[in-house]
Design a protein around this ligand. Sequence first.
Ligand code: TRP
Length: 336
Amino acid sequence: METTQTAPRKTLYSAIQPSGSITLGNYIGALRNFVLLAEDYDCLFCMADLHALTVRQEPAALRRNTQSLAALYIACGIDPEKSIVYCQSHVPEHAELAWILNCFTYMGELSRMTQFKDKSAKHADNINAGLFAYPSLMAADILLYQTNLVPVGADQKQHLELARDIANRLNGLYPGLFTVPEPYISKTSARIMSLSDPTRKMSKSDAEDSYIAVLDTPDVIRRKFRRAVTDSETEIRYDPENKPGVSNLLSIIAALDGITPEEEAVKMQGLQYGALKEAASESVIAVLAPIQERYQQLMGDKEYIQNTLKAGAERAHYLALKTLRKVYKKLGLYQL
Ligand code: TRP
């Protein structure tokens, strides 16, 4: 007899903090790939609002940014019927598991996290315990869903490594407790750099002119690209070491065209830098236009956003509770 057995699908987890703008770097490096990942994996896409609280937030802005990020996830093509799209604070198990994991995470490990060191330097007046324990909350996010894969950029690699260490540590004490997550390295992971300092990653925490936001208007996009730093030569060549600005523009256009930056350089050869910048602007505007249109529609339908997040939270809660119960039981917390 023939059996059509399909292996259970792997779980993939990703989260973005709802603090400020989502950049073109986030879109190219993460968001746009999520749609494809959802075909192969059971995906959870989270708005990490509890993580956002580790730096001061204006309440109204945090609330707006959370709704906005939900709309943006969906506008970028994520199907909330298929994937679980939800908000971290709607699922109480995140904070509960984070506490447990804190009891199995060492001060020394947390002190070594480069993001903690960077953020402590940047927010010297607010080095709070949440900022310090940020990675154990992130480990809780991941481990709650018995996650197999986490797409990570370079800046989150160390945090994922720690999540793996924590999972292995607990599994050593309580066998079979957690799935140990692996990094998911995207095949098409273009690293998009700052427009004003192309040796650094594009980041929403830098000056506004240094990044393109996914919701920037065409005029703003053109202006930002016009001001992008290049170099004093005239040749268009992909050479990130010596020509980081020009190479970044090539990487952006190439990522959106689906070719390599080297191939893009051949296509653009002979153009002036001004024309290269224009080509970058027009590619970006064309890709973002339909996303922005869908985003505006969604933001006009708050009820849809609310209902979607409610359904997402319920699905996430069901899975999270299963893991948390198992953890409480194995650790010896008295169950009624
Ligand atoms: N710390 C991540 C960032 O700032 C966001 C995040 C929170 C996350 N929890 C996560 C990413 C779990 C992956 C998995 O980018």
